[in-house]
Write a protein that binds this ligand. Structure first.
Ligand code: PGA
Length: 257
């Protein structure tokens, strides 16, 4: 982390694992567990139908609300889709774009990810853009080539003003939901590489100000070490965000110097 230059963000992504009726109790637990003084921005990314309850109750725990996806289209005949404007109208601030589960199960490509990122930015939302290599790609030594392509594709057409709103999350696919966290060094190295890509596109000043998170089996035990890496500016947390005690401890780990 380097809180002098960039926002530290601890974002929960509980995926399809909580009902609208369960959010209130979750928010109340978080409120009692997390101290008021906090040195990081805390976010919960919720499924669409949970957003209203999230916005209502999580505010009291001073937690911002994000969505887990949005449509690349502004409006129109797209049955079943949810637009960025709908999210903004509700008061949602963040939106995860290009999570590996969406790429894997819902046919999202680097090009649709780019369309979604630009649509989110046009509306003033903060996209949390996920990138990460598979186990096979890492084995074959293709991690950097893959990350380089994913980051450049996601940010194509994003201007210098807009990059300030973008959050990147490095999420190696082999670490998501598996308990196999990347070591702090492995994660720190890829995050540093991502910053070098941003630097080559937008220059040193904007690269230094971009928050780059790590996600993939981050938990209350390994968070402190991961966040101690200079280029890891927070976390995107799946499983551990479902348990208020664990998520609160990760938030506390972001309070280190
Ligand atoms: P995990 O998920 O923390 O359960 O590995 C992270 C994510 O998918 O964002």
């Amino acid at each position: 982390m380097n809180r002098k230059y960039r926002r530290i963000i601890i974002a929960g992504n509980y995926k399809m694992n909580m009902l609208p009726g369960e959010i209130r109790a979750y928010a109340e637990s978080m409120k009692t567990l997390v101290p008021r003084a906090r040195w990081c921005e805390t976010v919960i990314c919720a499924p669409f139908v949970d957003l209203t309850a999230g916005l209502k109750y999580l505010k009291e725990a001073r937690i911002s609300v994000g969505a887990q996806n949005m449509s690349e289209y502004p409006r129109g005949a797209y049955t079943g889709e949810v637009s960025g404007e709908m999210l903004r109208d509700l008061g949602v601030k963040y939106v995860i774009i290009g999570h590996s589960e969406r790429r894997q199960y819902f046919n999202e490509t680097d090009l649709t990810v780019n369309e979604k990122v630009r649509a989110a930015l046009d509306l003033g939302l903060h996209p949390i853009v996920c990138v990460g290599e598979s186990e096979k790609q890492r084995e074959l030594g293709l991690t950097e080539a893959h990350i380089n392509y994913q980051v450049r594709a996601a940010l194509s057409g994003v201007n210098e003003e807009q990059i300030r709103k973008v959050v990147i999350a490095y999420e190696p696919i082999w670490a998501i939901g598996t308990g196999n966290t990347a070591t702090a060094e492995q994660a720190g190295e890829v995050n540093r590489y991502i910053r070098s890509i941003i630097r080559s596109i937008y220059g040193a000043r904007l690269a230094r100000a971009t928050s780059i998170l790590y996600g993939g089996s981050m938990n209350e035990k390994n968070a402190f070490e991961l966040l101690a890496q200079p280029d890891i500016d927070g976390g995107l947390i799946g499983g551990a965000s479902l348990v208020p005690e664990k998520f609160a401890k990760i938030i506390m780990a972001a309070n280190q110097e």
